[in-house]
Design a protein around this ligand. Sequence first.
Ligand code: BG6
Length: 500
Amino acid sequence: MSDPVSFEKNTIIVIFGASGDLAKKKTFPALFGLFREGYLDPSTKIIGYARSKITNDELYDKIEPNLKKRHGKEDDQKVKDFFGMINYISGQYDTDEGFVQLNNEIETFEKSRNISTPHRLFYLALPPSVFLPVAQQLKKLVYAKDGITRIIVEKPFGHDLDSARKLQADLAPLFKEEEIFRIDHYLGKELVKNLIPLRFGNKFLNSSWNKNSIQNIQISFKEPFGTEGRGGYFDSIGIVRDVMQNHLLQILTLLTMDRPISFNSEDIRDEKVKVLKSLAPISNDDILLGQYGKSIDGTKPSYLDDETVKPNSKCVTFAALTFHINNDRWDGVPIIMRAGKALDAGKVEIRVQYKNIPTGMFNDMPNNELVIRVQPNPAVYLKFNAKTPGLSDTTSITDLDLTYEDRYRDFWIPEAYEALIRDALLGDHSNFVRDDELDISWKLFTPLLNYIESPETPAPSVYPYGSRGPEGLSEYLKKNGFDYNGTETYSWPITSPHSS
Ligand code: BG6
């Protein structure tokens, strides 16, 4: 086990929506992961709260298949110990009764441990409709007056600028900004967390990270599956709200912000806000929208085949957008964000394409590219040109390759939720979304969403399930500054043309 820290003892963690999908697949498994690795003290008490009338054992049965074991048999005991820390309470979200019971349970625990400064973390794994009533009940009945209360909230944080502002205005009187942890799980991914050290900890990257050297940046999100029965939820959301306004925009800000003056979370978030304020409005004339149809061989369904979506829905399942940043560092550098469901691959990747060599020798060499592959198989690699080995004076493209699974074999790389829950327990806001960040992101995206959802806007073009996206994608990328060198993917090792 690597470097466990001694953890604050006797913390209370309450998970609202405990019987739901998010809690079962992400929240409880993340807590187990932290416990397994020694980052969650055994004295912690975890309470699951939801409306379903289930027993503790029924809850454990739901959770157990999602718990990851890394240390063989040793972890079987850990699972038992972990379940020993969890209790379930069934209660309503909008009446006092369940919250009174919850508070009694918490106070009894804290008394039994002689706690003078309670530490309570509330995780709201809830649909937006019950989010506010729970926050109100929490404040009224379970708030730790003489201790630390923190609440973790999950997206969606609103549906557009007005609803996000309303939600914020409703929450603000209940909880202070420093008590709120808005989760964007992309901020907990290892390679996203690595953006700040990579950029600002490497002089050569930092010096070239601007309009003088960089031609274009692409942030791509591809999923190889469609909505598959989850269309009812997705239909009113669309790909732009689902992953672009939040996850990919977070990546964009970390990629383009200036260097924070310190590691302090407010200094980091101040820089993020600054760059967000410099983003030009997204032009409706410079976007590419798509919805997936059946696969070419007819075996995979179209979006409209999903029975949970509205007939003739114009919901967008693919979008490509281009951002421009009006500041000295980035003036003239297009940043393309593209995201889609039911595509030809599953990956999330950042591609920073450098400018061509100036006119003269080597002018025809492929552009350098720094690729940060967030998932799967996290990696950072730099595509660069080198002399082909041997008695040859030709050059070829090769790479400096940091593939995590090769280089960091024995490391435990936490899941995004593990990293973020631990941050919240420690009170570190660096990887959470601040209220003003959220406001600016909605300001930026709401006009685009209004355009996409207007009845006058033409339906998105249909692309086949399992393809790269709608027709016109290559032209779109080219128009916005991306030079396709025929080397988007790269295979290793290079074989010598002379090997037999
Ligand atoms: C969620 C979206 O926020 O992120 C999903 O609602 C999407 O539609 C998911 O599939 C992607 O997350 P990850 O961690 O699997 O890349």
